[in-house]
Design a protein around this ligand. Structure first.
Ligand SMILES: [Zn+2]
Length: 268
């Protein structure tokens, strides 16, 4: 107990020393912020460039205009709503690419760098409304500074570990599974899972972004049902964290009903 208390005191002291906490403008929740959004975005931007470079070399970028335009059209509408919710993100260098990987995955790094994997599009066959829910959820992690928060926690837990080693964590994803893209990111591929609280925040804000952008909130429920059926050996991040899928589906369907008026207003 004393040891726990003294560890806690040491962490609190470190947090105070290095800039500590910030209240998130969207959720109002106090977050440990020893790594800023800007730092996390810088790390992410480098990791993203490196990932794209390798993907290009190994022919792992899907450049089919039909696919790319569809994904961009959806993310553009979500980005408009993200900027409305948190205006300083207008300055982010938002970007999205489709990666040829069989994995069912999608992510958005700190600073707005996104990817959708072909495996998600092919195996899940999401409608536009459903794809908007996936990307809305991922964008929300960045919008809510979850990557910076995870990096901050990791930094506090091991003050000796340099930021460079944590580069991969800025992405909040493990990209090592992408065929041929492994090496440059392997060193930074430290995967930090999102907490249950972060997942539920991203669910809430994601469905709201999508509804305001004119995407049916009920698609969140049908999407996760499809996701659960597809399954696979490595569940995407949004299915890998408790609460269990049934609890989450129930929460999503309540959120969806609450946001139907927002969606209907956006459609008019
Ligand atoms: Zn998530």
């Amino acid at each position: 107990m004393y040891r726990f208390l003294s560890t806690f005191a040491a962490i609190a002291a470190l947090a105070a020393l290095f800039g500590g906490c910030a209240v998130n403008p969207i959720t109002g929740r106090e977050q440990v912020m020893m790594v800023s959004d800007e730092e996390a975005a810088r790390e992410s931007s480098q990791a993203y460039s490196s990932l794209l470079g390798q993907a290009e070399q190994s022919n792992a970028l899907d450049t089919n205009p039909q696919t790319v335009n569809r994904v961009r059209a959806i993310t553009d509408r979500l980005i408009d709503q993200a900027v409305a919710m948190r205006p300083e993100t207008r300055a982010w260098a938002w970007d999205v690419h489709v990666i040829n990987s069989k994995e069912v995955n999608a992510w958005c790094m700190a600073g707005g760098k996104m990817a959708v994997y072909a495996g998600l599009l092919q195996k899940v066959q999401p409608s536009d409304d459903e794809l908007a829910q996936v990307m809305g959820h991922e964008i929300s992690h960045a919008l809510l500074s979850h990557q910076a928060e995870k990096l901050s926690r990791a930094k506090m837990q091991s003050m000796g570990v340099g930021l460079g080693v944590l580069a991969g964590a800025a992405m909040g994803v493990d990209v090592r599974g992408v065929a041929g893209l492994a090496n440059s990111l392997a060193t930074g591929g430290l995967q930090l899972p999102n907490s249950r609280q972060n997942e539920s925040e991203a669910d809430q804000v994601g469905i709201e972004l999508a509804a305001k952008a004119g995407y049916n909130p009920r698609a969140a429920v049908s999407l996760w049902e499809k996701m659960l059926k597809v399954g696979g050996d490595r569940p995407p991040e949004w299915l890998s964290t408790p609460p269990n899928p049934e609890t989450r589906l129930q929460a999503l369907s309540q959120l969806a009903e609450r946001l139907m008026p927002v969606y209907q207003a956006a459609r008019r």
